[in-house]
Ligand binder design. Structure first.
Ligand code: ISE
Length: 355
């Protein structure tokens, strides 16, 4: 679609992230309206729809499509439910912002990538790797690209959540949480991940009995840059995502000073964000606005289904590494199709102007 009208958006899934996107689109985003909230839990659906005047509620995506005109869809269900919604959206020619992970298996993600190329002439699915829109990550990428501090040698990532929701399994440490570093490491280094290894230190007794964590996930990229991720999702004290980047002639830190530090009464104190909604609030705002702007021109402006696919490949190997304890190599089944060489937004704009 290319339109000068507001983008009519369906939000599928009205849990924490879906409801936050409904609120965001209604309160902050220009040129888009939430027209449908799709959620089988009626109370949740009603609560989210109340944030978007005029939005209808529906128990399934098909019900919503039967009731109203939809141009774009935000998929915010649990990851294992993404695939059928992606398929329907592609068949209908809709533009999609799909929360991470694209799907929970490399095979399913590859199917989506193939289907997208069959149904569309340019990428229609953007994946919700919001860290790419965070100011700190953007600056770090620019620093690496400038070469001002020399080559990037190593990354230390800390990924800490206060607690996990019920039924959070060991593989979800990867598919739900480390998937963000799996995306951001190639973004920062400009290189694909080639191997993964997982080490498990002493278990936190405050984590659920069947969740062996924290864990250290060690990634290597094509040139030998190493990235270590401390995944620690029952850290109790708050939400903290930091990266220290070791260059040949300097070290860069991001994510530590996300709020004002106060020195008073003989001590320094600084707030810690309670969840990813606050830590990455500005990144989500930019991600969604850019998706809306590109969707109105018929494209995307952010990580594509291809990025979702490569992340799924690495995640699958990382889950294997959790179990084997071995150094596991990453193999990608196909090379990047030309279709996924990003269509810059200015090309979308001139195409729309000529249309
Ligand atoms: C959650 O689903 C997210 O996507 C957050 O960004 C991540 O930090 C958290 O660990 C996940 O559970």
């Amino acid at each position: 679609m290319t339109t000068t009208q507001n983008l009519r958006v369906a939000v599928v899934g009205a849990g924490m992230m879906g409801a936050d996107h409904v609120r965001r689109i209604t309160a902050k985003i220009s040129n888009a309206d939430v027209v449908a909230v799709v959620e089988p839990d009626e109370a949740r659906a009603a609560a989210a729809a109340a944030l978007a005047p005029g939005a209808l509620t529906a128990a399934s995506f098909e019900d919503a499509l039967a009731q109203t005109e939809i141009d774009g869809v935000i998929i915010a269900t649990p990851g294992f439910l993404h695939e059928p919604i992606l398929v329907t959206a592609l068949e209908r020619g809709l533009t999609v912002l799909c929360e991470k992970p694209l799907t929970t298996s490399a095979e399913d993600s590859l199917r989506i990538v193939e289907l997208e190329q069959q149904h569309a002439d340019r990428p229609k699915i953007q994946v919700g790797f919001m860290r790419r829109f965070d100011a700190g990550y953007k600056e770090l990428k620019a620093l690496r690209e400038s070469g001002d501090s020399g080559a990037l040698l190593a990354l230390h990532h800390a990924h800490r959540n206060p607690t996990t929701p019920p039924n959070f399994s060991e593989s979800m440490l990867i598919h739900d949480s480390v998937i963000h570093e799996i995306d951001i490491i190639p973004f920062l280094t400009g290189e694909a991940i080639t191997s993964v290894e997982v080490k498990k230190p002493r278990k936190n007794s405050l984590a659920p009995a069947d969740l062996p964590e924290p864990q250290f996930v060690l990634f290597t990229t094509e040139s030998g840059t190493m990235a270590i991720v401390e995944i620690n999702v029952n850290a109790q004290f708050g939400y903290q995502v930091t990266t220290d980047a070791v260059f040949e002639s300097g070290v860069a830190y991001i994510g530590r000073d996300t709020s004002l530090a106060l020195a008073s009464a003989g001590a320094t104190s600084q707030g810690i964000t309670p969840s990813f909604k606050e830590r990455f609030g500005a990144a989500y705002d930019e991600e969604v606005q850019r998706w809306v702007d590109a969707a109105r021109l018929g494209g995307i402006d952010g990580p594509s289904a291809w990025d979702g696919y490569t992340a799924s490949v690495v995640a699958e190997v990382a889950v294997r590494a959790q179990q084997s304890g071995a150094h596991e190599q990453v193999e990608y089944a196909v090379a990047k199709p030309a279709f996924y060489e990003t269509t810059p937004v200015d090309a979308l704009e001139s195409a729309a102007a000529g249309a």
